[in-house]
Design a protein around this ligand. Sequence first.
Ligand code: GLY
Length: 432
Amino acid sequence: MRVLVIGSGGREHAIVWKVSQSKKAEKIFCIPGNPGISEIASCVKISISDFPAILEFVKKEKIDLTIVGPEVPLVSGLADYFKENNQKIFGPSKKGALLEGSKVFSKQMMKKYGVPTADFEIFSGSKEAIKYIENKSIPRVIKADGLAAGKGAIVAKTMQEAINAIKQILDEKIFGDAGNEIVIEDFIKGEEVSSLAIFDNKTFIPLIPSQDHKQIFDNDKGPNTGGMGSYAPAPILNNKLQDKVNKEVFQRMLSCFREEKIAFNGVLFAGLMINGDDFGVLEFNARFGDPETQTILPLMQTDLLDVLNAAAENNLENIKIEWSDKSCVCVVLASKGYPNDYEKGKEIKGLEEIKKINNAVVFHAGTAIKDGKIVTSGGRVLGVTAIDENLKAAQAKAYDAVKKISFEGMQYRKDIASKEINRTKGINELTG
Ligand code: GLY
């Protein structure tokens, strides 16, 4: 098969890397890709928002399957455009991607189809929103409706913070038109986990759970980022809870897609808050997670191309996904200053060293080539990923690999997967 992957981050590098292991992958292209991806696929400079140019490329290169990584082209209707032009694509329709593109739509669908989520109200005027919140308890969550590069959800810990957030989003338009409406919802306590499932229009297959580390500093301190590292599987979503999630989230969303006539051949990513035996959906994304994908795909034993092609053809019911029983950890290396303004153009050293380590791989995110050298070009630069027999060994291997890489100003968390490892250690100590 001739395959095209759209995107340029660590998630897309992981997808291309996994697809490249398929015997059926005859030729892989990536638009626009990155220096890491260019080692295993042909990267093509086309804007991911230039749909006619992408279509022309797909026709010229006789692409059999296009796989979309990021949400922006999906929310703009790339999958619909492909289908109108008789091209096969893995990625939900514009209406499906609205589950990520509009928090208002997403919460309305969750409520309508009985998916467990926090109670909420929707507002478009700040006066009404402030009047409502003044009678409510704190903390409370305020979310801009549209895409806001991961910054649109604010957990207000004081009434003043809540009022400021409402005014900033609705009146000052800090997120532009993405803030024409807001969702105000109850704060739910617990621990977050990412539960992803591959959907076609008939069925779904859940992937192993993964846990992201959103804050920039160790022990979940500091501002939120795109994700500083992940591990899989995440045992906090145990089998009993996964069954509940399948029944109460994915099965109900399959009904939603049928009833609302939403074409959904893609990934539904449920961000969950777990509290004991209970959970609530914090948000939906309509794509693979980043950096969750960097730890989920290395453990997939089934041919990813078979899975995604079957989903694109509404043939998922004939697929069973097998998983390795090992663990995987990804540590994100970021530029100095990230998640605020960050430095660029710093030479990255040590990448060749990692290739000598068995079961370790570096996924490129924000890298570029300058004067023949690989340099930093983004906030999140690399995802250093390792597989081993258990989480502790995978963590040790990932951090050993991290030590081989350097660039000026490099920062990373030292505690990716530690919470889970310490929890397991606690249980082992208790049970002797
Ligand atoms: N890791 C969170 C996301 O992909 O949105």
